[in-house]
Design a protein around this ligand. Sequence first.
Ligand code: COD
Length: 299
Amino acid sequence: MLRDFHDVLEKAKNCGKMTIGVAVAQDRDVLKALKLAYDFGLVQPILVGDATAIKPLLAEIGLPIDTAIVDEPDIKKAALTTVALVHKGEAKVLMKGLINTSDFLKAVLNAEVGLRTGHLLSHLAAFEVPGEAKLIFHSDGGMNIAPSLAEKKDILTNAMFALQALGVEQPKIAVLTANEQVSPKMSATIDAKALADMAAAGELPAGVVEGPISLDVAISPEAAMHKGLASKISGQVDLFLMPNIETGNTLSKSLIYYAKGKMAGIVLGATNPIVLTSRAETPEGKLHSIALACLVAGK
Ligand code: COD
């Protein structure tokens, strides 16, 4: 069980140093995170972006002065160049720098140089929340906007395999909805029931999948008891599957800003692991995402 990001970092150290291609690397916090990851022995960076802006930051931040830099001042071209480096095998992990998520993901999905596998790509977020005994995971609050049932199945499959790679062999999963009744007026409840049925029929990786289930019942056995609901996972959930990107994004930000949680984010389902954090994320948060990607890549 991964209790916190300290555990993730300690485990990631055993994976050896991985080459990481960083798209649009001219950002202090991105470079500070890479310095932390370099010092932990996790990564060897290749920095793609505006070399005139990157070079002075290397010395300031303490990264080796001979760190590889590929000069590409244009942001969208820098993203494509970095993705191409990973595509060619010159870097094992891809990381988003100072570029918006949508433009970065469009480069990842590029038909010629992108990192598609034929499977759906999806975002997995990990959270360390004060008072919680283990890391909890959410998907997909970062990439797929309004997934269909088939896409939710792929998102769930990606996340379950990743959790297994992280040592959670039988992940407990809550397919989140606004209540526990299947209602034709709330399509998320119909999808949730279908996913729970698929898991029961052995059509998903090993784990316990419950849905439709609301957040209070998933988190609190007391809430489940008060509502008279029997749940095998209440209070022990490893992964929350989101009905749509807005729910995932809002829940993530609630955990960070109200509950003082820490978050790490990666993209699954591509040829290589991808570090995808918000530009507002701290260097420490970006370090945790790098470590998570290294752990998934190392498996
Ligand atoms: N996995 C695999 N292939 C995909 C995926 C996916 N998740 N999404 C699209 N594709 C393929 C399609 O099959 C198609 O071949 C091609 O990519 C283009 O598809 P479009 O036109 O539907 O996709 P785009 O390029 O317009 O947008 C894809 C994004 C991932 C960029 C888009 O969905 C997006 O912007 N998502 C939200 C990202 C975001 O802003 N997150 C931060 C806030 S939470």
